[in-house]
Write a protein that binds this ligand. Structure first.
Ligand code: TZP
Ligand code: MG
Length: 210
């Protein structure tokens, strides 16, 4: 699952704008994968948001991934799920989702990355790259140096996450990440479309350079 700019929802950052407006702008700016992640939503709220995102992502031809909730992923016919270390194992998620779906896993070190690869993940999230206020229970910072170590250990696409701003992107991609995942830097921007376009441009430039 190759992606270049992976944008994750975060309603606390929308400044009164709708989910639809924020994510449509992110997609116009170059987001090529959208993850629905709202830890404080009920199942029903997730389902509603998932339907909105499914329509937008389908129109644009970009992937839709659901965080944690395999049931919601199935209900909205998402392209896949993103699992944390404590969520259901990859094999179980695949069994439930059926063939052809994407399963991504959060990892924080070489060991977890290798385990995700052995278990058949389609990509790994790796982070946090920097301290972030968006998720307060993060593991210790892995940083761009961690990307280098994990890149040497696994073949899987690496999606770097955590505290990433436009100015951090070049080093992370140079160190071997395929993509960056962001919440606040895009969905919290005054101009969401431009914020996405700037980061996507850096990823494209740096990937062209390797
Ligand atoms: N997982 C590790 S850090 C993080 C998640 C979901 C939050 C990323 O948000 P931001 O605003 O891009 O730092
Ligand atoms: Mg989870």
């Amino acid at each position: 699952m190759d992606t270049r700019l992976y944008v994750i929802t975060g309603h606390a950052f929308y400044k009164g704008r709708s989910l639809e407006d924020v994510i449509a702008a992110a997609i116009r700016g170059g987001a090529d994968c959208i993850q629905l992640r709202e830890k404080d939503y009920t199942g029903r709220q997730l389902l509603e948001a998932g339907h909105v995102l499914r329509r937008l992502t389908r129109e644009a031809g970009v992937n839709l991934i659901i965080n944690d909730r395999i049931d919601v992923a199935k209900a909205v016919d998402a392209d896949g799920v993103h699992l944390g270390q404590g969520d259901l194992p990859i094999e179980v998620a695949r069994e439930i989702l059926g063939a052809g779906k994407i399963v991504g896993v959060s990892t924080h070190n070489v060991e977890e990355a290798l385990a995700a690869e052995r278990a058949g993940a389609d990509y790994i999230g790796l982070g946090p790259m920097k301290p972030t206020q968006t998720k307060l229970d993060t593991d210790p910072v892995v940083g761009p140096a961690g990307v280098l170590a994990v890149r040497r250990a696994v073949q899987l696409p690496i999606v770097a996450i955590g505290g990433i701003k436009a100015e951090d992107t070049a080093e992370i991609i140079r160190n071997g990440a395929n993509s960056v995942a962001v919440i606040s830097a895009v969905v919290g921007a005054e101009d969401v479309e431009t914020a996405a376009r700037v980061i996507r441009g850096i990823v494209d430039r740096e990937r062209g350079n390797r």
